[in-house]
Design a protein around this ligand. Structure first.
Ligand SMILES: [Zn+2]
Ligand SMILES: [Zn+2]
Length: 806
């Protein structure tokens, strides 16, 4: 066996293996292999922001540990990587950087700007993923903006349309006036803002009816007043009409049991559309629709003298006029919940628009059923998906009025308006660029393109099928459903949900068998990590100082799976010290194993059986934890065994035998050889580089530890009696060593005499370890006596005492 060198540069070693693994192609998925079971990771393609932060370190470490563990369990692991390029974040970034708005340049020019922009960030992020040592199969790398990917997304659009799961319709939607696009419920962030509520008089036959509203600007779009039918103050007004102040239209007063009689004045104005309650009432009572704002959030002519103003300015102007006219009877502050665009924080408006939708509400029951059936790590995250799905009111609005995204593959007949969808052989297609000339049913051959693009989640919510090889690989079902979909707790409502509805609609099958959730990374002070709070730690800073195996240990052991975990330098430093400890212990082992002969035969001694039995328990516990994605316990169990049981106790006690000769030495060598091999394997998914360096030096220069079999615990090597006896012997050794230390005697100096007193049962145990105790502590005269001692006590063993003569 080769001896590990004394000097080791962990950072250099990490980069060496990252390069070599790629050359050896050990992380490649074998598409032709039908003999091994498949384990497929639905790596979520990230939006490349250019910033690979500690949160990314946490979740990539999770996926990677899972992939590495499964590889060692004999699975053919598919661990792909894509980049989610499209969508608003990139467009907004380009608009900001180039100081333009999307409409200032032709769409294809804007698209190219976005493509270039995102490439620089992909490069940065890829470097970071590689630096973290992720065992990704880079031959699978893809970008959602590539024509090949667009084709698959458009194909799925056509298939869903065919199944009547996609439709074009006019429906209220969330609208961001800044981004000038529809956005889905999942993209609306909710926040509290200080607003005002105004009490305004409406004219009714009996005089005045007061209404409290936060948005008088919506008065021109008021189509009814609602009162609760059981509210005695107003019930006699039901069926009569009211005159709306400012805009002057007459609207019906209707009984609506959804009105809360205790809110405001108890009467509600119903507009098209101030919020979702309006949408519900308009649909329920079949009220007319008045469009108040345009796509930029500017008031339309129906707003009278306020037309042409942005909605917030219109509100200010209208309130000022109403105050002067005495139309504001009361004005109070109100803590309001507002919906904001997830990307630009602009308050969203609910508007009526003709858009493309996917039928998702009709799938809710199936989503809930599937969410219940699959496995969640941790289990309690399941409810997040169920609550989100059951809380949705509207179908998923798919179309976006943007540029950098997958085009909707449709044209419309100029004459009759009939939809002409793209044919399969025409994909991928951008109807804005490619014209068609075939004849419509009406005889016309002129078409106008659909100008819309799709929600970026429509790109990324098909990854489970696309990673598996759909639609081109006839064997794609072998990789489907994905074995695990890893996700952040904050994107369950988007990623996990959209994947689910999309695949259920297309294939009537769950997209993933399990979901692995990671929490957020907090600053060391327990608050959200952010540059402005001064608790931000950048990944280059961490990688530059400690490489990746140490921060991977922080990610693995920093907290329970799914919970938020703080970034603590101490955890990384602890990981670093652990690596040093492991290296030194293995270096010692490699020196004592230089002349190791695997064929030599020798009966294991007590402490050999003791550590072997403890190792079996460790393997059992670590394996169970790894199976359940409980990375924290897998790491802690293994590290504790290595650091304390193996390094502090076993190696110290076995040293004399290892430096000696004969059967005693051979027995210790066998134990050392097996124990170190298993220890390294248990740590391999967590600290792949360091364990690889040791493995290839000591055990097998040609085969990576990452593809060697995971250790199995062996019940026949579990020995409760040996553990009990060994524990007693180790406790006595430790106590005497502490005493030696307290007495100021060097650990290597001999002790002339030690006398141990113990009851008969303990005595027989200690007899079995007599030699180990004497050798480890260099005791010249060692006497074991039955009985009580007035001397020193052994911690944890009150009936064992000893006296010691230096
Ligand atoms: Zn926006
Ligand atoms: Zn036509």
């Amino acid at each position: 066996m080769k001896v590990l060198p004394k000097k080791i540069d962990f950072l250099e070693v990490e980069e060496k293996w990252q390069k070599q693994w790629e050359e050896e192609a050990i992380h490649r998925y074998d598409w032709g292999d039908t003999s091994r079971p498949v384990y497929s990771v639905d790596t979520p393609p990230p939006y490349p922001s250019g910033d690979f932060h500690m949160g990314n370190v946490l979740n990539w470490t999770y996926f990677d540990m899972r992939a590495r563990y499964k590889r060692m369990r004999g699975y053919n692991v598919l661990f792909p990587q894509g980049w989610d390029c499209h969508g608003l974040p990139t467009e907004v970034a380009v608009e900001k950087a180039k100081k333009i708005r999307k409409s200032d340049v032709p769409p294809d020019v804007f698209r190219r700007m976005c493509e270039e922009w995102i490439e620089q960030y992909i490069a940065k992020m890829k470097t970071a993923v590689q630096r973290l040592g992720c065992s990704i199969d880079w031959t699978t790398e893809y970008r959602t903006m590539q024509p090949e990917y667009l084709r698959k997304i458009q194909l799925s659009f056509l298939k869903l349309y065919e199944k009547d799961m996609i439709y074009k319709g006019e429906h209220p939607i969330n609208w961001c006036p800044r981004c000038e696009t529809a956005i889905a419920d999942a993209e609306v962030e909710h926040d509290h803002r200080q607003g005002k509520i105004y009490t305004i008089p409406f004219q009714v036959p009996s005089g005045e009816l007061l209404i409290a509203t936060t948005r008088p600007v919506y008065l021109p779009a008021c189509v009814a007043l609602g009162v609760h039918p059981a509210d005695k103050r107003y019930s006699k007004l039901i069926g009569r009409k009211a005159r709306v102040p400012v805009s002057g239209q007459m609207v019906p007063i209707i009984g609506n049991d959804e009105v809360d009689p205790t809110f405001g004045t108890g009467a509600m104005m119903i507009c098209t559309f101030g919020d979702k309650a309006d949408v519900v009432a308009v649909a329920r009572f079949n009220l007319p629709v008045v469009n108040l704002i345009d796509g930029k959030g500017v008031l339309l002519p129906v707003a009278g003298k306020y037309a042409g103003m942005r909605i917030q300015d219109g509100q200010k102007a209208m309130v000022k006029d109403m105050r002067e006219a005495g139309l504001i009877r009361e004005e109070r502050n109100l803590d309001q919940e507002v919906g904001l665009c997830w990307r630009c924080d602009t308050p969203i408006e609910v508007v009526n628009a003709r858009q493309w939708f996917m039928r998702t509400i009709s799938l809710t029951e199936k989503v809930v059923e599937t969410a219940r059936r699959i496995t969640w790590y941790p289990d309690w995250m399941r409810q997040r998906l169920i609550d989100w799905a059951t809380g949705l009111d509207w179908d998923w609005v798919l179309s976006r009025q943007r540029v950098f995204a997958t085009p909707v593959p449709a044209w419309y007949c100029k004459k009759c308006g009939k939809i002409r969808l793209a044919r399969l052989e025409e994909l991928p297609v951008d109807p804005k660029v490619t014209a068609i000339h075939d004849a419509c049913e009406c005889g016309s051959t002129e078409y106008v393109p659909d100008m819309d693009v799709m929600d970026t989640w429509f790109d990324s919510s098909l990854t489970c099928a696309i990673h598996a090889g759909w639609p081109d690989n006839p064997d794609w079902m072998r990789q489907f459903p994905a074995s695990v979909h890893p996700s952040g707790q904050d994107i369950i409502r988007t990623w996990a949900y959209y994947l689910m509805v999309r695949h259920l609609a297309l294939f009537d099958e769950t997209p993933y068998d399990s979901v692995l959730i990671n929490g957020m990374v907090l600053g060391a002070d327990g608050r959200k990590m952010s540059k402005s709070l001064g608790n931000f730690v950048s990944t280059p800073e961490v990688f530059g100082k400690y490489g990746c195996d140490a921060p991977r240990q922080w990610a693995a052991a920093g907290g329970g799976t799914g919970t938020d975990i703080p970034f603590r330098w101490e955890d990384v430093e602890y990981g670093w010290r652990f690596m040093r400890k492991l290296w030194n212990a293995c270096r010692f082992a490699s020196m004592r194993l230089e002349d190791y002969d695997p064929a030599a035969d020798a009966e294991p001694r007590l402490l050999d059986r003791w550590i072997t039995s403890k190792l079996q328990t460790t393997i059992m516990k670590a394996t169970e934890a790894m199976e359940n994605c409980d990375f924290m316990n897998a790491t802690e169990t293994t590290r504790n065994f290595i650091w304390h049981t193996f390094c502090d106790d076993y190696l110290e006690a076995a040293k004399t035998r290892l430096y000696g000769d004969g059967d005693d030495k051979v027995a210790a060598q066998h134990t050392l050889y097996d124990t170190v091999a298993s220890m390294l394997k248990l740590m391999a998914p967590i600290t792949p580089h360091l364990t690889e360096e040791i493995w290839r030096t000591m055990y097998d220069p040609d085969t990576s530890i990452n593809v060697s079999p995971w250790p199995q615990h062996d019940e026949t090597r579990m020995d409760a009696e040996a553990e009990k006896t060994g524990d007693t012997v180790i406790a006595v050794i430790s106590e005497i060593r502490r005493e030696k230390n307290r007495a100021g005697v060097s650990l290597n100096a001999p002790l002339s005499r030690v006398e141990v007193y113990a009851p008969a049962e303990q005595l027989s145990r200690l007899k079995q370890g007599e030699r180990d105790i004497m050798d480890t502590l260099k005791i010249e005269e060692f006497i074991l006596r039955e009985g009580q001692s007035g001397g020193l006590k052994v911690e944890g063993y009150p009936d064992i005492g000893f006296t010691l003569t230096v």
